[in-house]
Ligand binder design. Structure first.
Ligand SMILES: Cc1ncc(COP(=O)(O)O)c(C=O)c1O
Length: 374
């Protein structure tokens, strides 16, 4: 049966506008790391210049998979498939595990990739909410109602995009119990782990809490390297093999340079430096956002994000978020993501991982468009 294709509205709008506008406050990561910042070791420069640009092993080089596995208790390189961003990890994993009419339960609000894939694959889609009034805590009762013995997979995003919420141990336990009761897969998109604002410790993974967990990670957010287009899935070895078999048809594998640079970035010598850089942008950026917003009383309300370089604000005018954001692009050359793109109108996702002057000028333009809609 053919069905209408559901486009990925957020990514399409981003790819069209993020490099066009003067002030791009749409990105959920911080200012990207340059190659020069990443590669400071002269031996590595020499290695990069003399390495043949061959295909690396298509599930990722052993060195890279070892460095990734070291981040997950009990994981070995056999648990890891390196992908073209977490985007491909999510896609190929769903392709591997789900058949049309299988039931999936997805957390909302959410980066809507899994939601859209579910629609396009003809899955039965149910949701459960993170609730703004409860500081974006998970509605565990709704989760328990949505998950039944027909549920094949539960998809969560922790820390959450767009709210920046980090699940408490109790919320994580509730998700694991729901998955366990149903015998369902638990797919955890954890690309913002390591980009915490309010706590020092990285957000713990779901990996190791249950035997049917798939944990997605990425170089894009916590490490500031989205242009490597390198992510991964951590899965039980037989499932990892099945995902790899599908990847052979999609991208074959990631590039040689991305494998080398990601392995370097995740090495014990370099990783702390990159994480500290990201946290520094997040700390300073959020303070600048907060100071600015306090001077524009009544424009927005928001729950302070616990992680990621984004704040999901509720704006206080009656207008559709898509309309406001389109006006912002066309009249003020500034781009923030409309709440519509996360399944929640009346909101905007604003990124703050920018230098102060750039952020403040972009925010002033956001204020101008909201004021004009009053
Ligand atoms: C929750 C979530 N998952 C996956 C992705 C895609 O990440 P990647 O750049 O690793 O493909 C994003 C990007 O914004 C995201 O927010």
């Amino acid at each position: 049966m053919s069905r209408d294709f559901v486009p990925f509205a957020l990514e399409r709008m981003m790819s069209v506008w993020e490099n066009q506008v003067d002030y791009n406050l749409s990105e959920s990561g911080v200012v990207p790391v340059t190659t020069e910042e990443l590669v400071q070791d002269p031996n590595l420069i020499e290695d990069l210049l003399t390495t043949g640009l061959n295909y690396p092993q298509s599930n990722g080089t052993l060195e890279l998979r070892e460095n990734i596995a070291a981040l997950y208790p009990g994981a070995t390189p056999d648990n890891i498939i390196v992908t073209t961003g977490a985007a491909q990890a999510n896609f190929t994993t769903l392709w591997t595990l789900m058949e049309p009419d299988d039931e999936i339960v997805v957390m909302l609000p959410n980066y809507m990739q899994i939601w859209g894939i579910a629609k396009n694959f003809g899955l039965k889609l149910k949701t459960f909410a993170l609730t703004e009034e409860l500081n974006w805590a998970a509605d565990v009762e709704e989760l328990d109602r949505s998950v039944t013995d027909r549920t094949k997979l539960i998809a969560v995003c922790n820390p959450n995009n767009p709210s920046g919420h980090i699940m408490t141990p109790e919320e994580m336990d509730a998700v694991v119990s729901a998955a366990d009761r149903a015998g369902a897969w638990l797919m955890a998109d954890e690309v913002y782990a390591g980009a915490e604002r309010v706590v020092e410790e990285p957000t713990p993974s779901f990996w190791g809490r249950y035997d049917k967990v798939l944990a997605m990670g990425s170089m894009s957010k916590a490490y500031g390297l989205p242009g490597l287009r390198l992510g991964w899935v951590v899965a039980p070895p037989t499932t990892a093999e099945q995902i790899w078999a599908r990847q052979d048809y999609v991208t074959i594998g990631n590039t040689m340079l991305a494998n080398i640079l990601a392995a370097h970035a995740l090495s014990p010598e370099v990783r702390p430096r990159l994480l500290a850089r990201t946290r520094d942008y997040i700390q300073r950026g959020y303070k600048n956002f907060e100071r600015w917003a306090q001077r524009h009383d009544g424009l927005f309300s928001w729950v302070p994000p616990q992680a990621a370089a984004i704040v999901f604000v509720r704006y206080h005018v009656e207008a559709s978020s898509t309309e406001l954001c389109e006006r912002l692009i066309h009249e003020h050359s500034t781009y923030v993501v409309p709440g519509d793109h996360f399944g929640l109108d009346g909101h905007m996702r604003i990124s703050f991982g920018h230098p102060e002057d750039y952020l403040l000028e972009g925010l002033d333009r956001v204020a101008a468009v909201i004021e004009s809609a009053r």
